[in-house]
Design a protein around this ligand. Structure first.
Ligand code: NAD
Ligand code: UGA
Length: 361
């Protein structure tokens, strides 16, 4: 197939591009940046288009027309950005993505749209005070694609603009499907992790996802900050498992993914952020630390202090993956400790200027 991969230069996009090329497809990759694609840029079946999709001089229609399948991964996907620039998040994640979806609908091209597990919002456990649900019942932290309720925080907690933008896009795709037969598949990732997930703070400014903060503290000193005590829980999913599921969605055997939504995540890997910090410290001490370089201290900060006003959080989110199991025969294989060690190993070797290398070599 000729596949138009938008956001191919990102974390998921770069791993997916490699898999698509390995499977024999031709890929037109669009992104602002090339660095995560590395040697793939020389691949004979890859065409890289360095482009800001917000540029009004640029038109996506000819790219969509030439594609057999469009995959859209472009978004601002780091919570720090939802707080710093909520309007830009809405513009890119909804308005610009809508143009892509409409081009696909117009040219009758199948679209795989990356959404997010954040559309589910908080768990029902957050409603404890209102006594609406039994907070101890784990069922209310397990989200299924076609049945779970979406519970987002108030407007003044503008973190939720990301989830709202993604949710609205999902609803528009659904409406196009109903009214015109448009063929889409929506993917809701649950905390994918792996090599190239994000930059380290020592490399560039910004607010990456939590793994990079903790890795940076391990490599370069500093503290590991637990936002609001680190009691929030996440289900970490290794990028190889995630790409395997995504590729099955690309293949779409017998059309089973047509107009479907899929959670992609590992329900077996639920841990608190405190456990994430502690496990990273343990693995680092066991496998990567040389000498007696001190391990970072773990401290607690408030969400507002760390991210700014308007921050809110999702306390628990566990994917129900029955649909991916049944329709695609997919099951995540990577256990938590192994995926963490593999991801950390990549960063340890990728950042030779770190304190680690200086003391070790
Ligand atoms: P990422 O930030 O690594 O990738 C996004 C890519 O989009 C980047 O390479 C970026 O350069 C590109 N991009 C941003 N603005 C652009 C523009 N104006 N023009 C062209 N390219 C632009 O993020 P990711 O983790 O790979 O996530 C990919 C998608 O999956 C996003 O839609 C995200 O919301 C969704 N998602 C990811 C996760 C996860 O676990 N990584 C979880 C939930 C949802
Ligand atoms: C992220 C982003 O919203 C999206 O990329 C995506 O939708 C989603 O993950 C996903 O991967 O599924 P979140 O999990 O909240 O959401 O992002 P992280 O930055 O990785 O934060 C995880 C938790 O760690 C949050 O509770 C955050 O407050 C906490 N945190 C973050 C810390 O305790 N310390 C830090 O230094 C950074």
């Amino acid at each position: 197939m000729n596949i138009l991969n938008l956001g191919a230069g990102g974390f998921i996009g770069s791993h997916l591009t490699r898999r698509l090329l390995d499977e024999g497809h031709s890929v037109t990759a669009v992104d602002l940046y090339t660095d995560k694609l590395g040697e793939l840029l020389d691949h004979p079946r890859l065409t890289f288009v360095q482009q800001d999709i917000r540029n009004r001089e640029w038109h996506i229609a000819p790219f969509v027309e030439n594609a057999d399948l469009v995959i859209d991964l472009i978004a601002y996907a780091n919570p720090g950005l939802y707080i710093r620039m909520p309007l830009e998040v809405f513009r890119l994640n909804f308005q610009e993505n809508l143009k892509i979806a409409e081009a696909c609908a117009l040219h009758a091209k199948r679209l795989i749209q990356f959404s997010t597990c954040e559309v589910y919002g908080r768990t029902a456990a957050s409603l404890k005070q209102a006594n609406l649900r039994d907070p101890e019942d784990p069922i209310h932290a397990t989200f299924s694609e076609d049945e779970s309720e979406f519970i987002l925080g108030p407007v003044n907690r503008h973190r939720w603009i990301y989830a709202c933008s993604k949710q609205l896009l999902e609803r528009v795709l659904h409406a196009y499907g109903l009214e015109t037969g448009f063929n889409y598949t929506i993917v809701r990732p649950f905390n994918f992790i792996g090599p190239k997930i994000d930059f380290l703070l020592s490399e560039q400014d910004g607010i990456p996802r939590v793994f990079s903060f903790f890795m940076d503290a391990l490599l370069h000193g500093g503290v590991m900050k637990l936002v609001d005590g680190g009691t929030q829980r996440r289900c970490y999913t290794y990028i190889d498992d995630a790409i395997e599921c995504t590729y099955r969605i690309v293949e779409n055997p017998g059309g089973v993914c047509d107009r479907q939504i899929f959670n992609i995540g590992s329900p077996y890997n639920e841990i608190s952020i405190r456990q994430l910090a502690e496990t990273m410290r343990e693995i680092y001490a066991e496998k990567f630390r040389h000498g007696d370089t001190p391990l970072p201290e773990i401290v607690t900060v408030s969400g507002e202090e760390f991210y700014g006003k308007g921050y809110d959080d999702s306390d628990r989110r566990i994917p129900n993956i029955d649909k991916a199991r049944t329709l695609l025969g997919w099951e995540p294989k990577w256990p938590f400790r192994d995926l963490l060690e593999a991801t950390m190993s990549y960063y340890v070797h990728e950042y030779p200027g770190s304190k680690l290398a200086a003391t070790a070599l």
